[in-house]
Every structure is written in structure tokens, then in C-alpha cells.
Ligand binder design. Structure first.
Ligand code: ADP
Ligand code: ZN
Length: 819
């Protein structure tokens, strides 16, 4: 299959290239294009350029006839081209430019984020002659230019491509060398430095096809005979058949009997799902109507955004699958974002069942090589669908018809370090840029998205009922202030009943470990992390105290190190303790735990969920990992052990987050024939997040919450930017924070004050994390453009000072947690 991978300006003879460097510098730079690269260098290729005494990888983002006015310094030359074809096309470059602008982040770094990891290290192209090239040369089958070039490199192990181009001083072009590579005369390979990923290749052997005269030896004759009718055979297979065939094979090749070539092998993706096959149901009338609406959007070939608000189990996924079928039938491509693939094997297997080989997977659980292969399959136009976590928003499709964001409210769509993008927001941007249909789906839409539906920016589609009229579970709230202890009578009897009726239960507790912290009742000592401003969690399995934010870990002491008291006490419970309690309450039944401690190994979450599906687990205890969109018909009881942890987060989204978690976890119950039962234990039984979740009342929650946001002018009514300073020195970080505050207020006086409000600077809610001190300042505005201008101006005036003080400035546009 061939495809057009050109990045524009094909064959132009421009003399200057604008380069975005893959380093944290916000400027772009210009370089001269040496004669031998003119015409080959295209926008979207990686190139090697000199930068501050080093050679670094940059991306060609524009080609010009002359340097732009105002650039006086003498331009240096491009050292090498690193790609045969552009890695990003003009539409992707446009998208990256938007991202760089919006998130106030260097373009080169954005492009780097858009590409698979491991592509960015320095590498050099080297050229050598193939066996076939050597034969052709000896037989005199080459043209005059080929002969000169092949003679130049014959007998040398390899020659750097750029030296070769220089040696021929423009007489031979890079493109011509690559065309000889295609003819099999040359190897042109990137010399990898060991860390870089590249395609995985295998050697294949096949008969050359001509009539076969009497072969010279018995071994050779056997090889030829064996190859007959087999087509292409991998060299390794051949070596399994014949003992050390190398010499025979090469002489057969030289004599023209065989062809030896290399082929790309696609590394297998490690997320496999072997869950039950999924039937393809006929759409319900409601689904049918909704598909009709969506297809109108697809046919229009214009940006058509939809928010599907459908309760858990209402058939949203089936809508996605059907919509994709339609998009594919029109020759277009589909991109599907999900919060976390390893936690949603059911979704994955439904996609695999429906689309098989047409599906590429993109997520961080894959090895680097696997990820690279999946990315290349899309890049080469070999697969029309990609399913992935947030980074898949950069999938290199050229002909997108639809972008789907499942569980669009999920906070994992926000990347929390480096480039702090929100994949759902970027899905909106990308769909707009390429004129695609956009589907955002959730049972608990984010306030932002629902507001957009209210104001007409998104078309709202509703699925108010579960499939086949199944009812939503009945939810009860238990007041923990009444002293019920860890597990209320209600929860215990529901568990007992489910065990007797051979049904399954989930217990949700959003804290891992055994005890949240250890306290000495004699002197009041609480064990804290030396690197972070948090308490250490006690883990029973290895008797350790662990920090859940950095890697700090110590053996738990027997006595208080301060007063030598013997009464150290664990306070608060985590999933590890809960599992133990359940085991001792219900001996002999099968309990499993799913949290970050039990799922460190690859495939661990899939194994647990598979065991749940096949009925090998009676009670599954877990953190928010068990909340995702699983659909297990035999789970009929869900207990929320404590709903309070997320309520008390110092964040304006804590109510929203609590409502989402509770509604989603409750949605796991009763997906089969029996009506589900849910019990929520809490110290805040009157909180509206809890009451609305109890009634499955998203709209009621939305209306209540949106009032608060409006009154306090928080998103979606305003936009936020968080400026965070992070440094090793407490004093320097603080004094820089003071300066940032002053600078911010000066800017407000200079005119920004009309539209912008500043909160802080103050210490971040985690004042110290991983050994670094943290201060922050929030800027808030209803005017997004003004806010961005303010952010860039402030960043420009602070960056230099921060660098000198060894403090880093971290800009978070639209933060979802301001921790
Ligand atoms: P959601 O994504 O909204 O949670 P799903 O698409 O997973 O909902 O659907 C819930 C359940 O109903 C699944 O088991 C699915 O196979 C089934 N289902 C979906 N659509 C139909 C339909 N039209 N007819 C019968 N069953 C359906
Ligand atoms: Zn720590």
C-alpha cells in the first residue's frame, strides 16, 4: 500500500529552514540548508542542527528563501536530515502549533510529545552496499552514476550519508540514494545509539522465480526445493530447517536463485484480552435515533460535536462502535480515547471483536517498540482505527472522520507533568481543525461539557435508561457518625447475602495501604515523609511506612522514636486492612484486592478482572481502579466504605469528583438480571454530592454545583492558569514567589486588572513534594485570550530569574486539580 507522506514544499530549493528544537526553549531558530539537502528537506522532518556547542534534534517547521528580516547573526548550517519522510504532516503541525500557543509550551517539545517516545535521540544515516548491489556492480548492470557511488563505498563497512553527499558535491541527491535503496542496491540505515527505537526487521528469503538450472551442491538443491511453493520464508525459519545455511544461501543469492530482503515485523501489543466474545446487538430505537443524529454530522464533513449523556449501561459503547463502522464505510478514520486501557479490558475486547486487525492501540502500558510499531501502522495508513489513552490524541491520522472520548469527565485525560494538556479539550480542537465529528460520552459529564451542551456549543444526546429497561441500583446512605465502625450492619449483611446467593460484591475505598498514618498517643508524634508534606502510610505486608508521592520507604518502628512509648497506633484504614477485615469476617471465601500495590505487574489488572468475570472472586476490594466502566452481570452489591476522602480535597472540583466517583462505582452494580444494591458510608450524609449520587441525579447535581461555580466565578465560567514555582531551596523559591506576585500585580495595574484576578502567591496545598518546595499563584479570568497574554507576559518576565535561582516555573493552563 502506498501513501502520500509528503509534508508540502516538495522538491523546493529553499535555502533556509525554521527549526523547532526538542528542548525547553520557547523560540524557534533558523539554519541554512546546505546544497546537498535542498530539495530533500521537507517540513515535518527531523534534522540535526548545531545548538550551543552541541548537536541537537529539531523539527523543520518552515522553509524560506532567505532568513526573515531582523535575524542578523550568521546562520549556521543543518548538519543532517534524520528522516526519509516527514514524521508530521501539515495538519499535525498546525495542531501542534495550537497546543504550543495554548499551553505556553515550546513547539519543539510539543512535537516531541506528539511522536512515540524514543525517536528523539541523535542518530546518523549510514550507507553500505548490499550483496545485490555488489553483484550488479560486478556484472556491470549499473548506470554510470550508480557505478561511481557504489565503487566509492564498496569495501567499506559503512559511510555516513552526509559524507557521501559531500563527496559527490551535488551530483547525487539524497532522494536518488533512497531510490537505490528501494531497488535493493544499498542499505541506508539510521545508526542507532542503542536507546532509539526503530522498526523491528527480519530477514526473509524467497526464490527469485526464474527457471532453476542444476544447482551446484546437494545442500543448495535441498534449500531450493524446500523453498519451492513457500513464498517468503523468514531466515530464522530457514536456519531451523538447515544447519548453518548462511554460506549456501548467500551463494545462491549471488548466483541469482534467491532474493534476500528485510521486512518489518510488527511487535505484538502486550494488552491482550481473552474475555468472552461480545455479540453485536441490534440497536434499540433510542440508539437508532441517536445514530441518525451522529451520522448527519459525519455526512456533513464538518466539525459536529456531540455530548452523549447516558446513564451507566445505557448502550453508549454500542453507539461508538456503530458510528465508527459508518465512518470507516466512508473511507475515513476513527480515533477513540479511553481513560485507561489496562483497566478497561472489556471495552478493548469489544473493539477487537468488532474491528480486529483494523485497530491500533496506543498507550503507555506498551513497550517502546510496540508503541512505535502501532504508531507507524497509523502513520503509514495501514489501520483506520486507534484506541488509546490520552496521548493517542496525537495519533498521526490524515483523514479523521470521528474522534470519540469515552468517560469524558475522567481526570486521567489531563497530563499532569511536562506538557499539561487535557486530551478531551484537545479532541475538541483537533476535531474542529480537521472538520471531524466529535463524540464525548459519560454518565457523569464534566461541568464544562454539560455547560457547553446547555449553551449550544455541543449537541446533547441523552440515553436516560439502561438497556432492556434494567433499573439503576438502589442506593442507601449510612451515617458513620452514628458509630457503626468500619463496616456497617447493612454492608455486612449485604455481603453475607451475596455470598449465600453466589453473587459478587465490590467494596470501594479510595486509599491503599493498611493505615493512613501512625500516631504515638503518648507524645502525639505522627510519622511524616521527609521529602513531602504528607504523612506516611503503613503497609502491613512488608511492615513498612511508605510515602505515596515519592519513593520514600522505611521499616515501621516498634516503639516511638521520640518518647520510646510502646503504644504506636495506626489511624484510618486503607484497602490492605479492609481486605484483612473481610477475610476474617468471611473465612473461606475468595477475596481479591485491586489497587496500585496489587497491580504493579503488567497484565495484573486484566487478570483480576478476568477472575471476577469468571466468578472466581466473591468480593473485590479496591480503590478507584474498580470504578471504571466494567460490566459484570453477577456483581449485585457495591459498598462504598468511605465516601469522604475525595470530599475533603482542597480543590474546587472536589464535590464534582466525589459525585462522579460515587455514581460510577454505583453503576457497577446490577448490570445483570438482578437489581443492584449500593451502600455508601460517610460522615457527610447530607452533602449534596452524596445525596445526588444516591438518587442517580446528575442534572440535580449539575444545577446545584453550577450555582457555586457561578457565584465564585470558577470554571466553566472562568478560566484558570496556575503558575507554580518548584525549587530545592525553600528561601529562593519563596522569594521568587514574592517577585512573581509583585510582577503579577504590576501587570494588573498596567491594564490586565480589568479582566484578571490573581489568587496568591501562596504555598501549594502540597507545600513540599519529592524534596522540592512549591509555591503557586492562580490567575483567573473570563477572557481566555487576555489570560493567555497575561500568562505569556508573566512567564517571559519570570523565566530568566527563575532559571538563575534554580527554580522551575511550571505553567498549568486549565488545571483540573490545583494541588
Ligand atoms: P455504556 O457504554 O453506556 O455503559 P454499553 O454499551 O456497555 O453501555 O451497554 C450496556 C450493556 O447492554 C452491554 O452489555 C451491551 O452489550 C448491551 N447492549 C448495548 N446495546 C444493546 C442493544 N441495542 N441491545 C441489546 N443489548 C445491548
Ligand atoms: Zn514523599
Amino acid at each position: 500500500m502506498t501513501c502520500d507522506l509528503e509534508g508540502g514544499n516538495l522538491g523546493s530549493m529553499n535555502k533556509v529552514v525554521e527549526v523547532a528544537i526538542g528542548l525547553p526553549v520557547s523560540k524557534t531558530f533558523h539554519y541554512l540548508i546546505p546544497e546537498e539537502f535542498r530539495g530533500s528537506l521537507r517540513i515535518g522532518m527531523r534534522i540535526l542542527v548545531p545548538f550551543k556547542g552541541r548537536k541537537v534534534t529539531g523539527f523543520a517547521i518552515d522553509l524560506l528563501d532567505a532568513p526573515p528580516a531582523g535575524i542578523e547573526e550568521k546562520l549556521r548550517e543543518v548538519e543532517d536530515l534524520l528522516d526519509e519522510m516527514p514524521l508530521i504532516d501539515p495538519a499535525m503541525l498546525l495542531f501542534c502549533r495550537w497546543v504550543a500557543e495554548y499551553y505556553v509550551y515550546p513547539l519543539g517539545e510539543v512535537i516531541k510529545t506528539a511522536l512515540p517516545p524514543g525517536l528523539h535521540l541523535k542518530s546518523e544515516w549510514v550507507v553500505s552496499v548490499t550483496d545485490r548491489g555488489r553483484m550488479a556492480l560486478r556484472r556491470g548492470d549499473c548506470g554510470p552514476m550508480q557505478t561511481r557511488v557504489l565503487n566509492e563505498i564498496e569495501g567499506r563497512p559503512s559511510v555516513p550519508l552526509k559524507d557521501l553527499l559531500r563527496a559527490f558535491n551535488g551530483e547525487v541527491t539524497r532522494d536518488r540514494l533512497f531510490s537505490w535503496k528501494k531497488q535493493g542496491l544499498l542499505h541506508v540505515e539510521a545508526e542507532l545509539d542503542g536507546k532509539e527505537v526503530g522498526p523491528k526487521l527480519k530477514k526473509v528469503v524467497q526464490l527469485s522465480g526464474g527457471s532453476i538450472p542444476v544447482p551446484p551442491s546437494r545442500k543448495k538443491a535441498e534449500i531450493l526445493k524446500w523453498l519451492e511453493g513457500r513464498g517468503k520464508v523468514s531466515y530464522s525459519e530457514l536456519t531451523r530447517q538447515f544447519k548453518s545455511p548462511s554460506q549456501a544461501v548467500h551463494s545462491l543469492e549471488a548466483a541469482g536463485y534467491l532474493l534476500i530482503s528485510t521486512e518489518e515485523v510488527i511487535r505484538n501489543t502486550s494488552v491482550q484480552s481473552d474475555l468472552k466474545p461480545y455479540p453485536k446487538p441490534e440497536p434499540t430505537r433510542n440508539q437508532q435515533a441517536m445514530l441518525g443524529e451522529i451520522l448527519k454530522g459525519v455526512h456533513s464533513k464538518r466539525y459536529s460535536p456531540f455530548l452523549i449523556y447516558g446513564v451507566t449501561g445505557s448502550g453508549k459503547t454500542e453507539i461508538y462502535l456503530r458510528a465508527i463502522e459508518e465512518v470507516l464505510a466512508r473511507g475515513k478514520e476513527a480515533l477513540v480515547l479511553v481513560p485507561e486501557i489496562s483497566l478497561t479490558p472489556q471495552l478493548l475486547s469489544r473493539f477487537k471483536d468488532r474491528f480486529g486487525e483494523n485497530l491500533a492501540l496506543l498507550h503507555s502500558g506498551l513497550g517502546r517498540g510496540e508503541r512505535y510499531d502501532q504508531w507507524r501502522k497509523i502513520w503509514k495508513g495501514e489501520v483506520p482505527i486507534a484506541l488509546g489513552a490520552r496521548s493517542a490524541i496525537f495519533a498521526p491520522f490524515r483523514n479523521l472522520g470521528i474522534i470519540i472520548v469515552d468517560e469524558e469527565h475522567d481526570p486521567s485525560y489531563k497530563q499532569e507533568d511536562k506538557l499539561k494538556y487535557h486530551a478531551r479539550d484537545l479532541a475538541v480542537v483537533r476535531a474542529k481543525q480537521v472538520g471531524a465529528t466529535l463524540l464525548l460520552g459519560s454518565a457523569t459529564p464534566s461541568l464544562e461539557s454539560y455547560r457547553n451542551a446547555e449553551t449550544g456549543k455541543f449537541n446533547l444526546l441523552r440515553l436516560p435508561e439502561r438497556i432492556e429497561g434494567k433499573s439503576l441500583p438502589q442506593v442507601e446512605v449510612i451515617d458513620l457518625k452514628k458509630g457503626e465502625g468500619l463496616l456497617s450492619e447493612k454492608v455486612r449483611s449485604a455481603l453475607q447475602r451475596n455470598i449465600e446467593q453466589k453473587q459478587q460484591s465490590l467494596l470501594f475505598l479510595n486509599r491503599r495501604g493498611f493505615a493512613n498514618f501512625i500516631l504515638c498517643p503518648d507524645c502525639g508524634l505522627v510519622f511524616k515523609c521527609p521529602n513531602c508534606s504528607v504523612t506516611l502510610t503503613y503497609h502491613f505486608r512488608d511492615r513498612s511506612l511508605q510515602c505515596h508521592y515519592c519513593d520514600y520507604r522505611v521499616l515501621a518502628p516498634g516503639d516511638c522514636p521520640r518518647c520510646e512509648g510502646h503504644r504506636l497506633r495506626g489511624m484510618g484504614i486503607g484497602t490492605e486492612r479492609l481486605e484483612q477485615e473481610i477475610n476474617s469476617l468471611f473465612p473461606g471465601i475468595k477475596v481479591e484486592r485491586m489497587d496500585r500495590d496489587t497491580t504493579r505487574r503488567k497484565q495484573a489488572p486484566q487478570k483480576i478482572l478476568k477472575a471476577l468475570e469468571s466468578g472466581q472472586i466473591d468480593i473485590l476490594v479496591g480503590t478507584q481502579m474498580i470504578v471504571k466502566g466494567h460490566d459484570f452481570p453477577n456483581v449485585t452489591f457495591v459498598g462504598v466504605v468511605s465516601a469522604d476522602a475525595s470530599l475533603h480535597f482542597p480543590d474546587f472540583r472536589s464535590s464534582e469528583r466525589t459525585f462522579q466517583l460515587l455514581t460510577q462505582v454505583a453503576g457497577r452494580a446490577g448490570r445483570g438480571e438482578t437489581v443492584g444494591q449500593v451502600v455508601i458510608q460517610t460522615f457527610n450524609p447530607d452533602h449534596y454530592s452524596i445525596l445526588r449520587a444516591k438518587d442517580h441525579d446528575f442534572l440535580g447535581f449539575y444545577q446545584e454545583e453550577i450555582q457555586f461555580r457561578k457565584a465564585l466565578d470558577y470554571p466553566p465560567f472562568s478560566r484558570l492558569v496556575n503558575f507554580r514555582l518548584i525549587g530545592n531551596s525553600e528561601k529562593k523559591t519563596q522569594s521568587l514567589a514574592d517577585e512573581m506576585g509583585q510582577e503579577g500585580h504590576t501587570l494588573l495595574k498596567k491594564g490586565y486588572g480589568k479582566g484578571i484576578q490573581i489568587l496568591g502567591p501562596s504555598t501549594a496545598p502540597f507545600a513540599k513534594l519529592r524534596g522540592k518546595f512549591r509555591w503557586q499563584m492562580l490567575a483567573k479570568s473570563r477572557n481566555s485570550q487576555l489570560l493567555h497574554q497575561f500568562a505569556r507576559t508573566l512567564a517571559a518576565s519570570i523565566e530568566g530569574k527563575a532559571k538563575r535561582a534554580g527554580v522551575s516555573l511550571d505553567i498549568d493552563v486549565d488545571p483540573i486539580f490545583i494541588l
